[in-house]
Design a protein around this ligand. Structure first.
Ligand SMILES: O=C(O)CCC(=O)C(=O)O
Length: 282
């Protein structure tokens, strides 16, 4: 396998700024909240024009099931079609490798304001991993599945577990269409032996899970809202009982000094260096 370094590229300097850069005071408060709770929500962070562009590309590629995609039937989560041949078996769960699909995705992933917030949360310059998330998450009516409680780090292999996922809602996300739910503070919880199943989902009936599950918070989002969460934060999502597909763009970032472990899936697709963030306004 080629070394990771050979696969590191730099985000295009022609990406246009879109989201509004936070001030230094905003960043301080965001940092405090992120480290305490494991997540923050930036309301209306992606401007309507950015959402329009991303949605247009996502819908066209979803209609064509443009490869590479992940099908609901491949995962077998609760509510998913039993196989690719079953009714609903062609339901797409994710448009993978979003960064390689279109300039609109590249511009959003490398948006200077996104980079600035993530760099502030991680305390160092950041890179976009192309191995994890890097996708449009779709949740379809009827055949979109439930996702159990998990930490994204379950299959991610980096020197340190501190990565940040940036989840952009392209439409309203609420209890009717599979809203993401989080357990605030769970990014720092030490688990007891046996609290996870073989696929590293939280066993909800385990006695030690009870206190954690008391704190569940659904994170309703509007179009343009951005959720940033620590990859160790427990989160889950329900099914979509509305009549419209839910679309969210998800990218994950790691600190420049936090390398994927050689030989693991995390090292397979390389990473993209983001331009150094501007000094925030006072
Ligand atoms: O929308 C969902 O079902 C949750 C997605 C998710 O948490 C994941 O794929 O890691």
């Amino acid at each position: 396998m080629a070394s990771t370094a050979s696969k590191v590229s730099t985000a295009s300097a022609t990406s246009t700024a879109s989201a509004i850069a936070p001030t230094a005071a905003d960043l301080n408060e965001l940092n405090r909240a992120f480290h305490a709770d494991g997540y923050i929500v930036l309301r209306g962070f992606a401007p309507p024009a950015v959402c329009d562009q991303l949605e247009q590309v996502a819908r066209a590629q979803l209609a064509a099931a443009a490869a590479p995609v992940e099908y609901e039937a491949e995962l077998g989560y609760p509510g998913a079609p039993a196989s690719r041949d079953a009714v609903g078996g062609a339901t797409v769960r994710r448009l993978r490798q979003a960064y390689g699909r279109d300039d609109a995705f590249r511009a959003w992933a490398a948006d200077p304001a996104v980079g600035q917030v993530v760099a502030s949360l991680l305390g160092e310059p950041v890179r976009l991993t192309l191995a994890h998330h890097n996708c449009v998450m779709t949740k379809h009516p009827h055949y979109g599945s439930q996702t159990g409680w998990h930490r994204d780090t379950r299959y991610w292999s980096f020197a340190r577990p501190e990565l940040v996922t940036v989840w952009l809602a392209l439409g309203r996300e609420d209890e009717s269409n599979g809203v993401l739910r989080v357990i605030p503070g769970s990014h720092t919880v030490a688990l007891e032996p046996g609290q996870l199943d073989a696929a590293e989902f939280l066993i909800e009936s385990h006695p030690a899970s009870q206190a954690m599950l008391q704190g569940v918070r659904p994170l309703a989002l509007e179009r343009g809202d951005v959720l940033l969460f620590d990859s160790r934060l427990f989160h889950s999502a329900g099914q979509n009982v509305s009549e419209a597909v839910k679309l969210s763009v998800a990218f994950a970032y790691h600190g420049a000094s936090n390398h994927p472990l050689p030989g693991t899936r995390s090292a397979e697709f390389g990473s993209v260096e983001l331009p150094a963030p501007a000094t925030p306004a006072r």
